[in-house]
Design a protein around this ligand. Sequence first.
Ligand SMILES: Nc1ncnc2c1ncn2[C@@H]1O[C@H](COP(=O)(O)OP(=O)(O)OP(=O)(O)O)[C@@H](O)[C@H]1O
Ligand SMILES: [Mg+2]
Length: 245
Amino acid sequence: MSELAYQPDYDAAPVVARLSGARKRYGENTVLDNVDFTVRKGECVALVGPSGTGKTTLLRLLAGLESVSGGRTEVTQNTSVVFQEPRLIQALRVWKNVLLDDAHKPDAKARARVALQDVGLEDKLESWPVSLSGGQAQRVAVARALYRSPELMLLDEPFSALDAFTRRSMQSLVLKLWAKYRFGLVIVTHDLDEALILADRIVILSKGRICHETRVDMPRERDVTSPEFNALKRDLLKQFSLSLS
Ligand SMILES: Nc1ncnc2c1ncn2[C@@H]1O[C@H](COP(=O)(O)OP(=O)(O)OP(=O)(O)O)[C@@H](O)[C@H]1O
Ligand SMILES: [Mg+2]
């Protein structure tokens, strides 16, 4: 059985992130309201929903970049985030962009090489960020996240700026890495195909609340042309429309 086909018993896996009755307010604006959200080790959850509905805010709570206004957060310390844009430091070579503050540590460069190998960019170790394509730059951002051996990986629309072909290859890369390392994965995306290709569970957030959740039990790798895939997509689109009303 291939690594991708393996389906763990998620309910038995340890929790790597949990929000319980989480609220987030900015002044008078309640952005998240009573959100219960759990991610287990080795599970891939896609978070979808209309713009401005609180997806990035939820991810920032999980990443510890924001604190809740009410409710509880329990998240593993060992969390990595990849944002929509790669956020590379132009003045640092690729390998130092992977390591950041660890660049001075013994063996650090060798470890950066391993992370870059994982994303297929070992040959760019000494390159400058300006010489990379958009997809390559985002791979470096993924290598930077991987280098920290996360138990929880958070991806906020990481491929939305890429063309359709590059996006598809990045989705395959994420699946490969997830199958290899089995971190918990939360991906925010506007692309329902992407959610259905990647996720074990899809959560729809609307107006700061979770309004729908569905398990995706199709074996990987998933065939986007299959009737099962398209039936699930139709159902999700229906739920998505309902969430807007
Ligand atoms: N630091 C902040 N201060 C005040 N309001 C904020 C802050 N961050 C987010 N918001 C507000 O919270 C709401 C949710 O924003 P968030 O970025 O979480 O939405 P989103 O679902 O990620 O949207 P998109 O799909 O467009 O990325 C918005 O109304 C936004 O204006
Ligand atoms: Mg967002």
